[in-house]
Design a protein around this ligand. Structure first.
Ligand SMILES: NC(=O)c1ccc[n+]([C@@H]2O[C@H](COP(=O)([O-])OP(=O)(O)OC[C@H]3O[C@@H](n4cnc5c(N)ncnc54)[C@H](OP(=O)(O)O)[C@@H]3O)[C@@H](O)[C@H]2O)c1
Length: 264
């Protein structure tokens, strides 16, 4: 008898990384549910493209700033697919402002979307995971580097990376791995919003400077992130847990002293 396909749940699956991760997992043979906040039109397109790959799919509306909505959304996915094997906590949002200008509701919202909803998603999904379950968080270099306007989101990502380690410890005996990927700059709606609105920089010029500062001399691509997440979600990655893997073309391994050589 053929094995039932594994089932993935990707938060924020309509655009950027989440969309690319959902397609990659579906191409690898997983049934794939996505969540979205507002873009029901894009969610329908993603579901149709996954179904065109011969996999089952479902899009569930889920405003992650309301962590209380998470168990109901996971329950809908379990009702349709009967299980969850892979949870990808991808969606995030914040107000890109200096810390002294952060409004209390924005601090609350950022932490709710990422940290509190991640805890709620793991609590809802892990009981339905069997041996071989996989949890992957999309973090960012703001977790360990001071980035203008990223103070609250960086703190949230640092908390997520900490949760990755404790969850790896707690879920390891059940054969479930928990890891994070930490991408550098990739061209998506949110990175354009950050550079253009948050920092007031033109995308092309800013991207060119980031490329020049990156040893591999390019930006990341959605597919770079999707293929690493797909590897971490695969049965092959069964002995890798509790880690945050930086995927940035070498951007953050370069010492600031290098700038002395790069500028006359
Ligand atoms: N892009 C980069 O360079 C970069 C680098 C490092 C880390 N990251 C991280 O990668 C992840 C994905 O970023 P991205 O650049 O792919 O973002 P994106 O293209 O802006 O996509 C955001 C996704 O999250 C959903 N979303 C946004 N706010 C939400 C909320 N309050 N509740 C539920 N869903 C929400 C959106 O749904 P709708 O379409 O319905 O609005 C959309 O599917 C984030 O965790 C980000 O911090 C990005």
């Amino acid at each position: 008898m053929a094995h039932a396909p594994r089932v993935a749940l990707v938060t924020g699956g309509t655009r950027g990384f989440g969309r690319g991760i959902a397609f990659h997992l579906a191409a690898d043979g997983l049934d794939c549910a996505i969540t979205y906040r507002t873009r029901a039109d894009l969610a329908r397109e993603v579901v149709a493209q996954i179904e065109a790959l011969g996999r089952r799919s479902l899009a569930v509306p889920l405003a992650l700033e309301e962590p209380a909505q998470v168990p109901g959304a996971v329950a809908k996915i379990v009702e349709m697919f009967g299980r969850v094997d892979v949870l990808v906590a991808n969606a995030a949002a914040t107000a890109f402002r200096p810390m002294l200008e952060q409004k209390p509701h924005n601090v609350e919202k950022t932490l709710a979307i990422s940290v509190r909803s991640f805890v709620a998603a793991v609590q809802a999904a892990a009981p339905h995971m069997a041996d071989g379950g996989r949890i992957v968080v999309v973090s960012g270099i703001d977790s360990h580097q001071a980035m203008a306007g990223h103070g609250v989101l960086g703190a949230a990502k640092a908390a997520m990376e900490s949760l990755v380690r404790i969850l790896a410890l707690e879920l390891g005996p059940r054969g479930i791995t928990v890891n994070a990927v930490s991408p550098g700059l990739v061209d998506t709606d949110s990175s354009r919003l950050y550079l253009e609105k948050g920092l007031g920089r033109a995308w092309e010029a800013a991207a060119a400077r980031m490329i020049a500062a990156t040893p591999l001399r390019r930006l990341g691509k959605v597919e770079d992130v999707a293929s690493l997440v797909a590897y971490l979600a695969s049965p092959s990655a069964g002995f890798l847990t509790g880690q945050t893997i930086i995927l940035d073309g070498g951007l953050t391994i370069v010492s600031p002293f290098q700038r002395l050589l790069d500028t006359p």
